[in-house]
Unconditional design. Structure first.
Length: 456
């Protein structure tokens, strides 16, 4: 068997292995070859071919085969095993479904993926939807502003989402943001009265109070965006957007908090546009949706020495959020393997399209989900008392890594999870609308790793 045969056979076997073909057959074919040429050269050629065609998944599967082959005494060569750290780094870049399949390959991989130290770096099982309840017509109180979790069936039931480990202050804590397992909360009665901002991790019950977050000047509006991506950095950022009205114009200043040294940046960045829509932080970039226009702002996380913020604008696909007769502030940002994605209803509401950003302002449709099958009706658009057309449902979360879309059915008053792969929906918890402002709902995936800035 020559080199070309080995490469083509290996590639075919790896494709079969990735879709569930018997693992023993794959290894057997490798071991039964007539001769192996120079092992290092063969490995280099194999990796080159596989990385070119299938950069992540097949690299991972081949790593497993390489470990099995190199430890076989019939080959008469020394063991060459990839370090656990490297294997875990590769595993961390796979979707959750692929990781679950890989756990079944062998006991050693199951042990590796279940190890407490390595588990914190691997894809995590989502817990559900965080939301905050406010009884309408009442002043905010500890009873009326509790944080709850609408759990998915597979969610961790031991996580304290009531945040009882966080110290109590003068006013009840309000949920503001959630990013890869960390929560951002603060006290707030009016928009300008924000103080005692807190970043916490319910999974580990660790927290910290952000310094210098006392109320801003009069006629100002302050908002925070929490940014944390454990695959990019073990430290988190908090972007502070302070809007001030000057001569009938709104100017927004942006500052950045660095958890690494617990300080705020001195750099300033100003804009007159209201970027207060959906947000996403991935690979060191904060994406913010414009409140009205069909575009997003991309802000690069700065270094401590950066004097300004690198930024750019990206045009979104689909129709504008608001027209003379139509109102829909419902598009959702997401990501898949670090690639920016965007989901939004079609104009009649009967389907949801999910796009992927494949180049500068070049969006490609990756999925189209029929909502007629999910809701069992084909009329999903109606007029409200404000005179505008609205959809019967809102998109709460799109998680492509877990092939999951979470919807809020405003007619039936329930939360629905929809599988992207099957297109089927299922209700996982009913939230009484008369007590709930669902715009505070946030998708929560626990993070069990260590965040240096947080402490018990």
């Amino acid at each position: 068997m020559n080199m070309i045969t080995y490469v083509s056979t290996a590639t075919r076997l790896l494709i079969q292995a990735s879709i569930g073909t018997n693992r023993k057959m794959c290894i057997h074919c490798f071991l039964e070859g007539e001769t192996l040429l120079d092992f290092n050269f063969w490995v280099q050629m194999m990796f080159t071919h596989i990385l070119y065609c299938f950069p992540v998944l097949h690299y991972l599967i081949f790593s497993f085969l390489l470990m099995q082959i190199s430890s076989d005494p019939r080959l008469g060569m020394s063991t060459c095993v990839l370090p656990d750290e490297l294997v875990v780094d590769i595993l961390s870049r796979l979707p959750l479904k692929s990781l679950c399949r890989i756990k079944c390959v062998c006991k050693s991989w199951l042990a590796l993926s279940s190890h407490p130290y390595y588990r914190q770096k691997l894809p995590r099982t989502p817990a559900g939807l965080l939301y905050q309840k406010f009884e309408r017509g009442r002043v905010a109180s500890p009873l009326g502003s509790a944080i709850h979790l609408a759990r998915l069936p597979s969610g961790d039931k031991e996580i304290d989402t009531t945040l009882s480990f966080v110290p109590c202050y003068k006013y009840p804590i309000q949920l503001r943001g959630c990013c890869n397992g960390l929560l951002l909360c603060y006290q707030k009665i009016r928009s300008e009265e924000i103080s005692n901002a807190i970043v916490c991790n319910p999974a580990t019950q660790e927290w910290m109070a952000l310094p210098d977050t006392e109320p801003g000047p009069a006629r100002s509006n302050i908002a925070f965006e929490l940014c944390f991506d454990p695959l990019w950095s073990e430290h988190f950022y908090v972007f502070k957007f302070q809007s001030i009205e000057v001569m009938s114009c709104i100017n927004t200043e942006v500052k950045v908090f660095f958890s690494k040294d617990s300080t705020w940046s001195s750099c300033l960045w100003k804009t007159r546009d209201p970027f207060e829509g959906d947000s996403l932080f991935v690979n060191g970039v904060l994406y913010l949706k414009h409140f009205i226009l069909n575009k997003i702002l991309a802000l690069d996380a700065p270094d401590r020495c950066t004097q300004g913020l690198n930024h750019r604008f990206i045009q979104l696909p689909g129709y504008p959020d608001r027209t003379d007769i139509f109102c829909c502030y419902n598009g959702r940002l997401s990501q898949s393997s670090g690639v920016l994605c965007y989901a939004k209803q079609e104009l009649d509401g009967c389907a949801i399209r999910i796009w992927s950003l494949e180049g500068p302002d070049r969006w490609v449709v990756k999925h189209r989900l029929s909502m007629v099958d999910v809701f069992g009706r084909d009329m999903l658009l109606r007029t409200h008392s404000d005179g505008y057309w609205h959809f019967d449902y809102d998109i709460r979360t799109v998680n492509l890594e877990r092939e999951l879309v979470i919807l809020d059915d405003e007619i039936a008053d329930k939360i629905i999870s929809v599988s992207i792969s099957t297109g089927k929906g299922s209700q996982f918890q009913k939230i009484p609308r008369r007590f709930t402002k669902l715009y505070l709902s946030l998708f929560y995936v626990p993070y069990y790793g260590k965040v240096p800035a947080l402490a018990r």
